[in-house]
Design a binder for this molecule. Structure first.
Ligand code: ATR
Length: 274
């Protein structure tokens, strides 16, 4: 008798990942039996290990740093949102042994903002901080919600300009420095820089925010992030971090793999209680 369907997370490192916990709860909720493992794979071995996993019957994989670009190169076919992101965070085996690459990060962020936090994007002004893969991964789904105004602000302005140009067909986007972003204040500010990893908040002018601005940090931790603290000390009432996005992007992956989107409420609550 075949064992449970097998799924993995490929990354380097992966030991800190919450994905086995999240997918384990999804499966239990739905009465599914799945086997979800972490696989720490160094970049030179990524391609061979992924192909071996799927050749031996693996059903699906999540992909994280530093393999998202390599996964895009490996996939036989990609969803439009993954093509736009130029990065794949979810792989699924399809009929005819075709490997489909998807990117669920943006859908996860949008689901968290709109569905969980009640933050509408349509008609609102949106400031994105950063111009790396994290921003590229979420831009198309954010723009699809029809924000009135979008700016990408980055320490290195040329990277922001490049990204704004690459997505110009999906909506009006401007680019600039953090300083430029303070010419007016924003309804929603999303931090997608990695500044928090070194304990810093992006160097934003106070004029970019007002007390009703929703400040969302895509990173997550057990305590408030530096960006959250920066915003809160300036009177911002609503600051959030990316736990909800993490769970929602996982639910989107689960949907791709198994055709049903788990309810995320219980999992988000479980993570909040830990
Ligand atoms: P990721 O895939 O996480 O987006 P990345 O491509 O390395 O990773 O991008 C990291 C982002 O965080 C970049 O926008 C980077 O700014 P630069 O393009 O100027 O390098 C930004 N970043 C990192 N440290 C930062 C800091 N201390 N202050 C502000 N921005 C920072």
């Amino acid at each position: 008798m075949p064992g449970p369907d097998r799924y993995v997370l490929f990354g380097h490192p992966v030991s800190h990942s919450w994905s086995p916990f999240i997918h384990g709860l999804f499966a239990r909720q739905l009465g599914h039996e799945i086997d979800y493992q972490l696989m720490d794979v160094a970049p030179p071995r990524f391609r061979a290990v992924v192909l071996e996993f799927f050749a031996s019957g693996g059903r699906g994989a999540n992909v994280t740093v530093p393999h998202k670009l390599a996964a895009a190169e490996l996939a036989n076919d990609m969803t439009e949102r993954a093509r736009r992101a130029e990065a794949v965070n979810t792989l699924a085996m399809r009929e005819g042994n075709s490997l489909l690459g998807d990117n669920t990060d943006g859908a996860g962020l949008v689901a968290d903002l709109i569905g969980n936090l009640g933050v509408q994007l349509s008609g609102r002004s949106l400031l994105l901080l950063g111009a790396g893969g994290a921003v590229r991964g979420v831009l198309a789904p954010l723009l699809a919600e029809g924000p009135a105004r979008v700016m990408i602000a980055n320490r290195t302005v040329s990277r922001a300009s490049q990204l704004a140009g690459a997505f110009a067909d999906l909506g009006a986007i401007t680019a600039g420095s953090f300083g430029d972003s303070g010419r007016n204040s924003w309804d929603i500010v999303i931090n997608a820089t990695s500044a928090g990893l070194s304990g810093q908040a992006p160097d934003l002018p106070d004029a970019a925010i007002h007390p009703e601005t929703v400040c969302y940090d895509m990173s997550y931790s057990r305590t408030d992030t530096p960006f959250q603290r920066w915003a809160a000390t300036r009177g911002v009432v609503r600051t959030h971090q990316g736990w909800g996005m993490l769970v929602e992007q996982a639910a989107e992956a689960y949907l791709l793999w198994r055709g049903v989107r788990p309810d995320t409420g219980a999992v988000r609550a479980a993570l909040a209680r830990l």
